[in-house]
Design a protein around this ligand. Structure first.
Ligand code: ZN
Length: 332
């Protein structure tokens, strides 16, 4: 059986290229000097419209000069389903790699942001719509594990269309895996800050991106699980004009702040200093001394998952809302 799906390409708000001439803002249509837009971190100087930027440019904007060391760049995805739509999955990967210069839709490593050390993971919407497959999930897991064992905060810049359909159920499993990665972070007691950039939707917004201790977004970013058209068609209700925007998410309490890109670096550094009590070498050494081995953290997380599973098996007892389970249930 063959299924035909019509695919349309949406405006992907490209950043202003180096040496570009005659740029005008896609929102307010005001012409501007491309150099001025780039100097303003790819934000329209007239109306503040935030253009989409790639992972490398984002890292250059956030991190101190020479302060980023990439890790796990050699991780490569397989093609377990031998998935083919208009092209094969390996062909799509090669195209995305040529277009972005990246190996996958996430770049991760250690970084210093305004002199604060952290583990940084940055997604790139230009790489197959920032979709989360097994490599994105694995890199996020390794970043979280490193943050936990080294006693460093984790910063994730998330922009994604959701799970990667070419990997089927394996990409959906990354939602559970990255959620467990956040649990490892919580178990270690290190901070996790997420920055949601336009757009952040589907399986990423429904997993690690919104589980951070502090969750901020860029102005005008679209953040939702399902798109407005799908929801409107399903519920037969008209949605508000600002559905899914960062500003509406803030008003509804889903975000801690909406932060302009020009202030993002300083704000992130402030959050990290406040949460970890400063990133001086002495403090980092003290945290490392306190932190446990990766095995210990994973074991602790697994113990908690087992306790929750035992709770789910025997949720209520004798009509009250107290969970009734024994240590043997947890060990089972
Ligand atoms: Zn503008």
């Amino acid at each position: 059986m063959s299924v035909t799906v019509e695919i349309g390409r949406r405006d992907d708000r490209p950043p202003v290229p180096p040496g570009g001439a005659g740029w005008s803002c896609p929102k307010c249509h005001q012409p501007a000097d491309p150099a001025a837009v780039r100097a303003n971190l790819q934000v329209c100087p007239a109306c503040g419209y935030h253009l989409r930027i790639g992972a490398r440019e984002r890292i250059a904007q956030l991190v101190d000069q020479g302060g980023f060391r990439e890790r796990w760049a050699a991780l490569k995805t397989l093609d377990p389903l031998e998935f083919t739509d208009l092209e094969t999955y390996p062909e799509r990967l090669r195209e995305a790699q040529a277009k972005t210069g990246l190996t996958e839709a996430i770049v991760a490593g250690t970084a210093t942001i305004a002199s604060v050390q952290c583990v940084l993971a940055v997604m790139d919407f230009g790489f197959m719509g920032g979709s989360m497959g097994s490599v994105v999930g694995e890199k996020l897991w390794r970043a979280a594990e490193m943050a936990a064992t080294e006693g460093l905060p984790l910063v994730a810049v998330c922009t994604s269309g959701g799970a990667r359909m070419q990997e089927g159920i394996l990409s959906l499993m990354q939602m559970a895996k990255t959620t467990c990665a956040v649990d490892v972070i919580n178990e270690a007691g290190v901070p996790f800050v997420a920055v949601l950039a336009d757009p952040c939707t589907g399986g990423v917004v429904a997993s690690f991106a919104t589980l951070a201790d502090i969750c901020v977004a860029e102005p005008g970013a679209l953040l939702y699980f399902s798109g407005p058209r799908v929801i409107a068609e399903t519920t037969k209700e008209e949605l508000p004009a600002d559905f899914g925007t960062a500003e509406r998410n803030l008003a509804l309490g889903h975000l801690d702040a909406v932060v302009a890109r020009t202030e993002l670096r300083d704000k992130l550094a402030n959050y990290l200093r406040l949460l970890e009590g400063g990133g001086t070498p002495e403090r980092i050494r003290a945290r490392r001394a306190r932190s446990r081995s990766p095995r210990g953290l994973v074991d602790a997380t697994a113990r908690r998952a087992k306790a929750l599973a035992a709770h789910a098996r025997r949720p209520f007892g004798r009509g009250d809302r107290e969970a009734v389970y024994t240590p043997q249930d947890i060990e089972a």
